[in-house]
Design a protein. Structure first.
Length: 645
């Protein structure tokens, strides 16, 4: 560029007189500064505020002091089209548009870009430098609505530029990023009447000379005013620079605070996981931990902890698996060596998105025994290999009662020779339904719910029954009846010091979503693991409870719905004739089957027994299930049989 402007006589001895330069799309002022170094009065325009701000700062404190003239470069924040369309009176000896007009064509239109080029050519008195992105470049493929190449640019400059000469500096030959086009205009040497311009000036009247001198004097005064304004701007920029320095220090301090907070959260995460492992996993078990080599995550109470993935010597492998199949093979090899559980801290949850086939292998082959904000734990042993005795295995059934250790549950209907009076719990569950529960829970021996919500108490025996069955951290039960806990129940809670772990709410309708949410918010500090619905057994009420509480289950949590088949049981309809007017609860089960079959992650599994249904929650987040409606997760196909009639 310097060679070209020297050839056309705009600089001599490395310095120009008062020639002018204009750059549209000036970025941070690189070319404006270089032309200013050559003595040009430079001006840059860009539509990006940050670029103009940086250009001004650089000009004030770094670039300007190094120039012979010590003059400022003028920078202006403006859109190329709006600026060029409203400043036709401005003209400059040298202009440039370097890699900017093609973006205007993409953002607005090709016609807008061509108009800008025409206006730029008109502003040019001597030399115009033009660089255009070509349509064949990867960055602009399928974005430009016209095929821009070297021929297209040359044709436009020849038709619209009024240039005396056009040069093309080939990108490869001159080691440039793109071709550089140079349009040159030679000055007119004769006036319109055929005389030389020197002759015209020599014959000017004294009056015209005087007016010219007056105009020059005015321009000198205006220049002095501009200098004073520029000095004021320079002082303001110095203050701005100080403020920016303070802002940078504040940002640095904030980053340090974030690092400290992250460290605190990391330590808290380790403590949370240690507490969960102590509660959920048996002593002396072997746990694989996805920890990126952090040995602190391996200190899990009495458990033996291994890195995953790991090297031959058991240390951290130092890298992640290349793909899911590699992760599966590594997991199965470690399981064969004795690994019983796989633990993902929350910092490693990204594995489940990155290695989708690995996640599918875990979900289809193994049971999730804990899923919360801090960690996710899979049991690697299949259910058939579990030998832990389940509470239901200890039940002793007699004619009118069932015994669980020292607790007596009276079976309904009560026998005539009942001798214990009220010194017992009342249980409205028959042996066949409990046996069905036993079969299911035997297949899920690793399922250890910590937060249980029960709908439907009738008498308070079921709350004690389920609490003894699972021994959760918190068991909350509600019932629509207006009554109080029995004396036997109160003594049971007090004698076992369960006041903070088991709680009942009477007079609560299961379809009162607002009240259910209030209770969950007040009583639980973590997602629900199990919901047991043995309440009204009516379609509308049961659906309402399901849509309220199912999203609050953790992924892998279970939702029991009892007595779904009453519409097909004559003895039930005879005892409760009002059910004849109600919509069968089986319709809800059918909807659950449809939802389980619809692609998505709402329902992980659905198990149907004659007396109850078990719905296992999928991996959709609570946010994804906000305003949850079951029908929205059921794909409805078009019934072509009806449309063809």
């Amino acid at each position: 560029m310097k060679q070209v402007i020297a050839e056309v006589g705009l600089i001599s001895n490395g310095f120009s007189g008062r020639a002018s330069y204009f750059d549209i799309g000036c970025n941070t002022g690189f070319f404006c500064n270089h032309f200013a170094q050559l003595g040009f009065r430079s001006k840059g325009v860009d539509a990006t505020n940050n670029f103009i701000a940086v250009a001004k700062l650089l000009d004030s404190f770094i670039r300007r002091p190094q120039r012979p003239s010590k003059e400022f470069v003028m920078y202006e924040l403006a859109n190329a089209y709006e600026y060029l369309s409203t400043t036709h009176e401005e003209r400059f000896d040298v202009t440039s548009a370097l890699g900017v007009i093609q973006w205007l064509m993409i953002q607005r239109s090709v016609d807008h870009g061509i108009a800008c080029l025409e206006w730029l050519f008109a502003k040019t008195k001597r030399v115009c430098f033009l660089e255009m992105g070509y349509s064949a470049e990867e960055l602009y493929k399928d974005q430009l609505k016209v095929n821009i190449d070297r021929s297209w640019v040359l044709d436009l400059m020849e038709r619209k530029g009024n240039f005396s000469e056009i040069r093309v500096l080939n990108a490869k030959e001159h080691d440039l990023q793109r071709d550089l086009f140079v349009g040159i205009k030679f000055p007119t040497m004769h006036s319109s009447n055929g005389r030389s311009t020197a002759e015209d000036h020599s014959t000017q009247s004294p009056q015209r000379v005087e007016r010219a001198l007056e105009k020059i004097e005015g321009l000198v005064k205006e220049n002095e005013q501009l200098k004073r304004k520029l000095e004021a701007v320079e002082r303001a920029l110095e203050e701005r620079f100080k403020a920016d320095t303070l802002a940078a220090e504040l940002v640095e301090l904030s980053e340090k605070v974030e690092i400290v907070e992250a460290s605190i959260n990391y330590i808290k995460l380790q403590e949370d996981i240690s507490g969960i492992v102590k509660t959920v996993l048996p002593n002396n078990c072997t746990v694989l931990v996805v920890s990126k080599g952090d040995d602190k995550f391996l200190k899990l109470n009495t458990c033996t902890s291994w890195h995953f993935p790991q090297a031959e010597n058991g240390s951290y492998a130092g890298c992640y698996p290349a793909e899911s199949s590699e992760a599966v093979l590594h997991l199965e090899a470690l399981r064969a060596r004795g690994a019983q559980y796989l633990l993902f801290p929350s910092t490693a949850f990204w594995w489940l998105d990155c290695y989708e086939e690995f996640r599918h292998h875990l979900e289809s082959s193994y049971q999730t025994i804990w899923s919360g904000e801090s960690c996710l734990i899979y049991q690697l042993a299949s259910p058939s290999t579990c030998t832990t005795e389940h509470t239901l295995d200890r039940l002793v059934w007699q004619n009118d009662r069932v015994l669980l250790d020292d607790i007596v549950f009276r079976l309904e209907p009560k026998s005539n020779d009942w001798e214990l009076g009220d010194e017992c719990f009342v249980l409205y569950k028959w042996k066949d339904i409990v046996n069905q529960y036993a079969r299911f829970l035997t297949s899920r021996r690793e399922f250890q719910p910590q937060n249980v919500f029960e709908l439907g108490l009738w008498d308070d025996g079921s709350a004690a029954f389920w609490f003894e069955c699972f021994k959760p951290k918190k068991h909350v039960a509600i019932d629509i009846m207006e009554k109080e806990n029995s004396e036997y129940f109160r003594r049971y809670v007090q004698s076992r010091d369960l006041t903070g772990r088991i709680k009942t709410f009477w007079g609560v309708d299961q379809s009162d979503s607002k009240r259910l949410l209030e209770i969950v918010d007040e009583e639980f500090d973590a997602p629900l693991d199990l919901v047991i619905d043995d309440a009204s057994h009516l379609f509308g009420h049961t659906l309402s409870s399901f849509e309220t509480l199912f999203p609050l289950l953790r992924p892998g949590g279970l939702y029991f719905i009892e007595d779904w088949a009453w519409a097909y049981q004559p003895h039930v309809l005879e005892k409760f004739p009002r059910y004849l007017e109600e919509r069968p609860l089986a319709d809800l089960v059918f909807q659950l089957v449809q939802a389980a079959g619809t692609p998505g992650a709402l329902i992980k599994s659905l198990v149907i027994y004659p007396h109850f249904v078990v719905v296992e929650r999928g991996r959709l987040s609570t946010e994804e299930l906000s305003d949850f409606k079951l029908v929205r997760h059921i794909h409805k196909r078009e019934d072509r049989r009806l449309s063809e009639r």
